[in-house]
Design a protein around this ligand. Structure first.
Ligand SMILES: [Cu+2]
Length: 282
């Protein structure tokens, strides 16, 4: 019995060694884009920029975006690029960009880079936007640009508005992705439109929250909290209480760091909705 046991262990050991030797010879094939769908490719003479997210298309509001750069000559994916991007909307009389993050390598991946873009508007047919990706590899600069399609989200998950301080702001819902009958983690981005091209994060403001169901007597829900700024990821967080499925209006008020209300009103008997709000349905 004992001898058999030793023999078995020996077999396992030999098998394990041969396996690990194999691994050293062949690069393990790991699918770095598992769970992602390709939105589009943007090509130039040297590279193909592959653009992904979980939905497979751009929509108005917050878009988490993953990128790979393929070398057209070798079909290899670039592991050491530095990237930036510029989304641009061409309007009849002017052009403008939108809030966006920097682009960084996705943690735990070798060829995938990621960031976010918040499209605040689009044309009804999805046209109007282009995306330029600038990148450097081993000290050489490249650029690739093309038109992109941005579809209109069904519900208002982002809104652009003028504050009482005469600044333009953009607010966008980032979470919950999958709202539940529960206390949901509400995550929102707040940006100032400093110019047509620059949209810095607004820090240390407060966003009050009053969710209502307009289809059901405009009732609210218990245990909501206002949103406060988190300086670790530059986003705003609060508790969003959803007591049933259906259509909810998240009534908001934007309050600056001097306690001045920049936009939005209380929901009352005579005012059923704030002029600053986001929507969700689940
Ligand atoms: Cu526009």
């Amino acid at each position: 019995m004992k001898f058999r046991h030793v023999l078995l262990n020996l077999c396992i050991a030999v098998f394990a060694v041969s396996c690990s030797t194999d691994d050293n010879n062949d690069t393990p094939i790991i699918n770095e884009i598992e769970g992602l769908l390709k939105i589009q490719e943007i090509s130039n003479a040297t590279h193909t920029i592959e653009i992904f997210n979980t939905a497979g298309d751009f929509k108005t509001g917050y878009n988490n975006v993953s990128i790979r750069i393929k070398d057209n000559a070798t079909s290899n994916y670039i592991k050491n690029a530095t990237l930036s991007w510029m989304p641009m909307m061409q309007m009849p009389t002017m052009q403008h960009s939108c809030p966006k993050s920097e682009i960084a390598k996705t943690i735990g991946k070798e060829t995938v880079y990621e960031g976010f873009i918040i499209y605040q508007m689009t044309n009804t047919d999805g046209s109007g936007w282009s995306l330029t990706v600038n990148y450097a590899i081993d000290g050489t600069d490249y650029t690739a640009t093309d038109d992109i399609v941005v579809l209109q989200s069904e519900k208002q998950n982002t809104t652009s508005f003028m504050g009482s301080d005469n600044n333009r702001y953009i607010i966008a819902m980032i979470e919950p992705n999958n709202p539940k009958i529960a206390i949901n983690n509400l995550k929102v981005g707040l940006f100032k439109m400093e110019s047509m091209m620059t949209f810095p994060v607004v820090e240390n403001y407060t966003i009050t929250l009053d969710p209502r169901m307009p289809g059901m007597g405009n009732h609210s829900s218990p245990n909501n909290t206002d949103l406060s700024y988190n300086d670790e990821d530059y986003m705003y967080y609060g508790d969003l209480s959803l007591t049933m499925t259906g259509y909810w209006v998240l009534n908001l008020k934007l309050i600056n760091d001097q306690d001045a209300i920049l936009k939005g009103e209380d929901v009352t008997e005579t005012n059923e909705k704030s002029s600053l709000y986001l929507e969700l349905e689940f």
